[in-house]
Write a protein that binds this ligand. Sequence first.
Ligand SMILES: Cc1cc2nc3c(=O)[nH]c(=O)nc-3n(C[C@H](O)[C@H](O)[C@H](O)COP(=O)(O)O)c2cc1C
Length: 165
Amino acid sequence: MLETDVLEAFQDTMRHIAAPVFAITTRHQGQRYGIIATAFSSVSFDPPSLLTCVNKDTSIHDPMMSADLFCVNVLGNINRDVADCFAMKKGDDRFSVGEWIDQHDMPVLANAQSSLVCRTRDRHRFGSHTIFVGEVIAARHRDNAKPLTYYNRRYIDISQAPDLA
Ligand SMILES: Cc1cc2nc3c(=O)[nH]c(=O)nc-3n(C[C@H](O)[C@H](O)[C@H](O)COP(=O)(O)O)c2cc1C
């Protein structure tokens, strides 16, 4: 397989993996920053920890390199407006849609499916991205939320998926 074929096949693969959608946020020197991300994994329960991969070219990258904390907001279907706002706006204007509250001084989306405030425990540069490993220090969760999902370049509602049975 040629190199370009591998890249295309990888991109095609990733496009067809349905992924939950996150608003990654932080605050640094009084300024709020946020991006939409799908690159997320839990790492361990001991300690409770997760990772997210952030492109070095994004506005949140350098603040996340300096800040001690960040927040992973797991978006539900009702937070689609927040995802759209993040895509259309820049800087603090990204927080103009949705009710954003402070927890540990981090921007937390009040009606997200879940919000996990993390202390950054490790930063690992790889290729175009930095992998941020965070230890969860505070968590909020909304029962019965339906996850916003990204699939084949668009947002879908997996609660509408037909039963497999
Ligand atoms: C559904 C979706 C998933 C994304 N996932 C990631 C991601 O995991 N990591 C990342 O660095 N950027 C990701 N992006 C891109 C950033 O959200 C986008 O490039 C960023 O907001 C633009 O950078 P800026 O903050 O400098 O404007 C994703 C975008 C979308 C729409």
